[in-house]
Design a protein. Structure first.
Ligand code: ADP
Length: 271
């Protein structure tokens, strides 16, 4: 019976080992599929601007270059597409670093009010261009939170930019903070717009990379389709929550939580 016990033990162990190997193979397959899909998506996204640039240059070389006005127009269009490639490359680098876990969040104590003010100021010119007004509510001037400054800044930029891009002329973007009802150690930062809104069926999909409700509107506004995917990753890396509420034709509210610091400040000052 000693032998039988030993045999049973060996069988159990080898079954266990084979299950581990199987799981590992599944994990690697998932990564491999993900990688293939990602490369497919990227190639597809790169094609549009590259073909456009090629088209403009070809037309110019075929004679359009002689007409000064046409020349200028086509070069401008080519330039816009070069800019799109630049944004796309920047966002791709960011998302790939976030997805591989290469980019670690550097958690500091930061004043959320300073961050909101900086971001809103830097986007004021875009809002004016689209005839959208940015209103600040309680921005949490004295509230210190645990967060990676650059990453939360990126989140705010992406959300406020979207709230401007998908708004209507004469519309408003409202940014503010309030207590988070489910956890008194956290606050909720919200970005509300009076824009086109998102149909219920798409709400869960807008954080997928390259998903857009309206491709041509996104492209026309210089979108890469990666903004919300980046936001979702950053909030997950922070262990914070991210919410989307929207009513088509009325507007959307994007919000996320941040955890308050209870002790005295070390790495930031109030303006
Ligand atoms: P994009 O570069 O296309 O803006 P995002 O990842 O930031 O990419 O957003 C994905 C899609 O979600 C957008 O193309 C748009 O359809 C939708 N979306 C994002 N923000 C808003 C908003 N504030 N209002 C309406 N739709 C939005």
């Amino acid at each position: 019976t000693d032998h039988k016990d030993e045999l049973d033990y060996l069988i159990t162990q080898s079954v266990r080992a084979s299950k581990t190997v199987e799981r590992e193979i599944q994990r690697l397959n998932r990564i491999e599929n993900y990688r293939k899909e990602f490369i497919g998506d990227i190639s597809h996204e790169l094609k549009t601007p590259i073909f456009a640039i090629q088209g403009f240059i070809e037309t110019l070389l075929n004679g359009a270059i002689e007409d000064e006005e046409v020349n200028r127009q086509f070069l401008k269009k080519a330039m816009r597409n070069v800019n799109r490639l630049t944004f796309l490359t920047k966002d791709l680098m960011e998302i790939s670093k976030l997805e591989t876990g290469e980019l670690k969040s550097e958690i500091q104590d930061i004043y959320v009010g300073n961050l909101i003010k900086d971001v809103v100021e830097s986007l004021q010119y875009k809002a004016q261009k689209e005839n959208v007004e940015i209103e600040l509510e309680d921005i949490g001037k004295n509230i210190l939170v645990h967060a990676d400054r650059n990453q939360i800044k990126q989140v705010l930029i992406n959300l406020v930019e979207n709230a401007i891009k998908y708004n209507r002329s004469g519309g408003t973007v409202t940014v503010g903070t309030k207590p988070f009802s489910k956890d008194k150690n956290r606050i909720l930062v919200y970005i509300q717009d009076t824009g086109i809104g998102i149909d219920q069926q798409y709400i869960d999909r807008v954080t997928e990379r390259f998903f857009r409700v309206d491709k041509s509107r996104s492209r026309e506004k210089g979108g890469t389709g990666l903004g919300l995917a980046i936001v979702k990753h950053i909030m997950e890396a922070h262990g914070e929550k991210f919410f989307i509420e929207s009513t088509p034709g009325v507007g959307s509210t994007f919000s996320f939580t941040l955890t308050k610091v209870q002790r005295s400040p070390v790495s930031d000052t109030i303006d």
